[in-house]
Design a protein. Structure first.
Length: 313
């Protein structure tokens, strides 16, 4: 009798556990909301660098590319965002709507509720370093007065997903610098070809600095000075001991600015808040010293110098 009871208890346990798990998942997946509430199921995918509205499952995660979300809302909408992660820890952050940052861990659902009270185009981000496409894991929430046609902002797409995005040969410093600039997502903050103008919410300087003016910031006053300094970088892997460059005006300043630029890339830099009580600026300069060797950083700075529009001066 005891053996039968033991056997039945094992069987019932095996039945009860998946039943309870299934019931919990059902409740989680179909939480009821009363009234005109708009509910969006959103999944973070590090592999694609996307918050997506598409269904992400185990069997399609590895082969499918998921479209980044653009969320269209009407002014006055009551909204629930049900956030999941398909892989690693993400953070969902919409500073313009005062949402987050919210930790989104694998295996659970995080709900973010808000009312669309102000029309506009608001950028959302992932602010937890989650993979190679992290800096492209951004997109838009568009809130439009009822009856008006919404704008259609361009999706932010990672170039790593494009065919032919291969690392250039060693020694081609400008091309290598451009490659790392795109691969690391620097353009998502500093703009296409380093033109800047990317707004950083609640940042004291409002927009992220441009890099197509690096030559000017480094006091390289003529194209010939820029060319000579680039050749110097190529020939000397370490300029830290050099204090003066012969036949170059303001060479101590040039070298000082070059070393400062390398230090910022190596160690990163925090963006100060415009409003000390306001939200953290979502775009922060990370430290790349664990990712980029010194010569790769040299290539990035050479690329920046090459962007300066001498012909327009």
């Amino acid at each position: 009798m005891k053996e039968k009871l033991a056997a039945w208890s094992v069987v019932l346990t095996l039945i009860a556990i998946p039943t309870v798990i299934g019931w919990y998942c059902y409740i989680q997946a179909s939480a009821p909301y009363l009234g005109d509430v708009r509910v969006f199921d959103i999944t973070g995918v590090a592999e694609d660098g996307a918050w997506t509205l598409e269904k992400v499952r185990g069997f399609n995660y590895w082969w499918r590319r998921f479209a980044p979300m653009t969320l269209y809302l009407d002014l006055g909408d009551q909204v629930v965002l049900r956030l999941r992660s398909a892989d690693v820890l993400h953070q969902f952050y919409v500073p313009g709507l005062n949402l987050g940052p919210v930790d989104v861990k694998p295996g659970g659902v995080v709900e973010v509720k808000f009312k669309a009270v102000k029309a506009g185009v608001y950028q959302y981000y992932c602010t937890s370093l989650c993979g190679g496409c992290h800096f492209y894991m951004s997109g838009w929430i568009v809130i439009t007065p009822r009856g008006e046609i919404p704008v259609t902002p361009k999706p932010i797409v990672c170039p790593l997903c494009f065919p032919g995005f291969d690392k250039p040969p060693e020694g081609e410093f400008v091309r290598l610098g451009e490659y790392f600039y795109l691969k690391l997502g620097c353009n998502t903050c500093h703009g296409i070809e380093g033109r800047g103008g990317v707004e950083n919410f609640n940042y004291i300087n409002k927009t992220i600095p441009a890099h197509n003016t690096t030559a000017e910031k480094m006091f390289l006053e003529e194209p010939e000075d820029a060319e000579a300094f680039v050749e110097l970088i190529k020939k000397h892997p370490n300029l830290n001991k050099l204090k003066v460059i012969s036949n170059m005006p303001r060479s101590p300043l040039v070298l000082s600015r070059f070393k400062s630029a390398k230090e910022i890339i190596n160690k990163g830099k925090r963006c100060a808040r415009l409003d000390a009580k306001g939200p953290e600026p979502p775009l922060q300069m990370p430290a790349w010293q664990a990712v980029l060797p010194e010569r790769d950083i040299d290539a990035i700075i050479i690329y920046f110098i090459s962007l300066y529009p001498w012909e327009e001066i």
